[in-house]
Design a protein around this ligand. Structure first.
Ligand code: CA
Length: 692
């Protein structure tokens, strides 16, 4: 009965929001109806039953295992007593929010070989819920609407329709509800794509508008909302270069925020593709709208303003990190602002109605620039920042000082809680860039760090939970973290900040001073952000657990835990459920490589391995996340190896056919190299990578 009443109350709140034409930020305080709780994306729960006094009694209420041991990055949503969460491979689950009973699961049958166009695992960051439907973007580019009650397909559209088929897009980000439309972006800047977002009618799936974030490579109009502004502002900021083949990048793979007060929709645009500005654009121009926040009219998609965080991006400094709106008191005046802590390491505060830069200060070590010129809004670059006069070692690196892991804001403390990443990048230009139809087209060499600097750089590659004062632009407190990748954060009216970490611990900190007040060992990495909701008079905290994502694939993080299926973990005061054991994936035994031989050239194989295989299988053929090739039985047999590498025998497991870019001789050279590595000793998986 109680539940019905609460459901009714929250239904009314949503209805009232709907009556205003969406012209309010109000979200039911007991629910988590939007990706960022309300449309401001502050990730603040107004429920305070779990607080600094009571958090010690927090325990597991229920948990649910999902059908994938790939990375789990999703924010669950809770609407009308039901938790909806997406998982790796873009599946969607629905659970009773109080009991944890699974109500349905929807599998969009994402082709496993679509993984080849994904930089950073088969992950999915979340769903949108509106008017009886649940919306998810799939890795292979569909926007799928699911009936929220039955879990059955309502409609689906191919969001890549109209984009060149030669460009290899993916979707990992959550769709956003904007009035009566659902907007979805895409990723793939490293593969060679041209970023865009598309708005669809939420009821029917009919396309409403599209906005491209880089100019049309042929210089033609697209028949899109972006046509006029690209012509007026963007074309002149590009020189001649590879962007005409690759599309230039600028993908909107995560952050998008609807602002009902300003009637604007903010899009975060990604990095340049290829990375190297000389290759991409002949070393000319700012390359709009790479690494920019672009504000458009939510009804038409027409341009309103933009702010470019990183002109001439050459470092993977995306501005796709969360865009949070708020009203802050700055110099005694109420200012309607948006806040962003993008990869480049600066915390930006902008007037969200005009795009005027109000302040920008580094929240982590920044060596690529010496500050932001407040007159022009532009960074002051250091010499050789574009690495044309030799390699450049810069902070942050391509992982950024902050990535998709959500930050949160407490209006009570006035602080933003940022999962900070201390990273360094080594950038070096390619001798010659050649666009490839499959695989990476980042267009730089990732050189090894110099031997003498390596220990220092590795030691500095850690993380931090940072409480940042956005008005003073100053750190207030911080908690060090062992790994540079950790989970997103949740702030609550109980004056707590929740964060999970790579070591598999979910912690609650005092929002005022960072004191650790509670923790729970999940037994598997947590990189997703927690949420909170109230039902039947009890407050819950929920978070997805599961190792994977960019840190695992490219970052070579190997936490000391068995690999197992992802789980949704849900906590409440007095919760006493036990966490079931999950089956850990078996690690194949080392094979005896002593008698193995190959006619291939191991040195050529090493170069091809680095270019094509290393991104998933790890530097030096040594990573635990995907198959450790040194332990692969296929290593024993040249024909079997070729059938996998060239013909795609394992494509249903995500190992696609490379016949388009590799010859059988290339494959054999790679086999020769991996045999050489196996003979060096098939150490424990990951031993050669990552940290001790
Ligand atoms: Ca990127």
């Amino acid at each position: 009965m109680k539940r019905t009443l609460i459901g009714l109350a929250s239904g009314l709140a949503l209805l009232l929001a709907g009556c205003n034409g969406g012209g309010t930020n109000a979200a039911s305080p007991d629910e988590w109806p939007y990706y960022g709780q309300d449309q401001r994306e502050q990730r603040f729960s107004q429920v305070d039953l779990i607080n600094r006094s009571s958090v010690g009694k927090l325990g597991l209420a229920w948990s649910a295992e999902v059908d994938s041991d790939r990375g789990q990055e999703a924010t669950p949503l809770m609407v009308d007593g039901i938790v909806y969460v997406s998982t790796a491979w873009s599946l969607v689950y629905a659970f009773d929010a109080a009991s944890g009973k699974q109500l349905w699961v929807y599998d969009p049958q994402t082709p496993r070989d679509s993984l080849i166009s994904a930089c950073c695992d088969a992950i999915n960051r979340g769903v949108a819920v509106h008017d009886g439907k649940v919306y998810v973007g799939t890795l292979d580019g569909r926007l799928v609407a699911i009936d929220a009650k039955t879990g059955k397909l309502a409609w689906q559209v191919n969001t890549f329709e109209g984009a060149p088929s030669t460009m290899r897009y993916t979707i990992t980000g959550a769709p956003r509800l904007v009035k009566d439309k659902i907007v979805i972006g895409n990723g793939g800047a490293e593969m060679g794509v041209r970023g865009f977002v598309t708005a669809y009618d939420a009821a029917s799936g009919k396309l409403a508008w599209r906005f491209y974030l880089t100019p049309n490579p042929q210089g033609k109009p697209d028949g899109a909302a972006s046509d006029d502004v690209l012509k007026a502002k963007a074309y002149a900021t590009w020189g001649d270069g590879e962007w005409r083949n690759s599309g230039g990048g600028g993908t909107a793979w995560d952050a998008m925020t609807y602002d009902p007060e300003a009637n604007l929709f903010y899009i975060g645009a990604g990095n340049g593709g290829p990375f190297d500005y000389q290759v991409r654009s002949g070393g000319k121009g700012d390359n709009l709208f790479l690494s920019s926040i672009v504000a458009v009219d939510p009804d038409t998609g027409q341009y309103r303003w933009h702010y470019q965080t990183t002109p001439s991006d050459s470092w993977d400094y995306t501005a796709t990190q969360q865009i949070m709106t708020a009203t802050l008191t700055i110099n005694g005046k109420q200012r309607d602002v948006l806040m962003q802590a993008p990869k480049n390491g600066y915390f930006y505060v902008l007037d969200r109605k005009t795009g005027e830069l109000l302040s920008a200060k580094p929240f982590a070590p920044v060596t690529w620039s010496t500050g932001i010129d407040m007159k022009t809004g532009r960074p002051n670059f250091v010499p050789n920042v574009h690495y044309q006069d030799g390699p450049a070692i810069l902070q942050p690196g391509p992982f950024g000082a902050h990535s998709w892991q959500a930050m949160s804001f407490s209006p009570r403390t006035g602080l933003v809680y940022i999962p900070v990443q201390f990273t360094t990048g080594a950038y070096q230009k390619l001798v010659k860039f050649q666009h490839r139809p499959v695989g990476q087209n980042a267009g730089i060499n990732i050189p090894e760090f110099p031997e003498d600097q390596l220990p220092k750089i590795l030691a500095a590659t850690t993380g931090q939970l940072l409480a940042w004062d956005p008005v003073a632009q100053k750190a207030r407190w911080s908690v060090p973290k062992r790994w540079f990748v950790n989970g997103g954060t949740l702030a609550t009216a109980g004056d707590l900040v929740f964060q999970g970490d790579m070591d598999g611990v979910l912690s609650a900190y005092d929002a005022y001073n960072g004191k650790l007040l509670w923790s729970f060992k999940a037994g598997q990495s947590i990189i997703a952000p927690p949420i909170s909701y109230r039902i039947n008079g009890e407050q819950y905290v929920a978070v997805m657990a599961g190792f994977g994502g960019a840190g695992a694939l490219v970052g070579k993080i190997v936490p000391n835990q068995p690999r197992s299926n992802g789980r949704l973990l849900v906590f409440k005061l007095g919760g006493n459920a036990t966490l079931p054991q999950t089956a850990a994936a078996a690690t194949p035994a080392p094979i005896d490589a002593t008698g193995l031989s190959s006619t291939g050239n191991a040195d050529l194989g090493m170069a091809e391995y680095d270019r094509t295989c290393g991104v998933c299988h790890g530097a030096n053929a040594s990573v635990a996340y995907t198959a450790d090739l040194r332990r692969s039985n296929a290593l024993r047999n040249a024909e079997l190896w070729k059938s996998i590498v060239i013909d795609g025998a394992l494509k249903d497991q995500g190992m696609v056919a490379f016949g388009k870019i590799l010859t059988p001789q290339d494959a054999e050279n790679i086999r020769a190299y991996v045999i050489r590595q196996a003979k060096k000793g098939a150490a424990a998986p990951g031993a050669a990578a990552g940290k001790k």
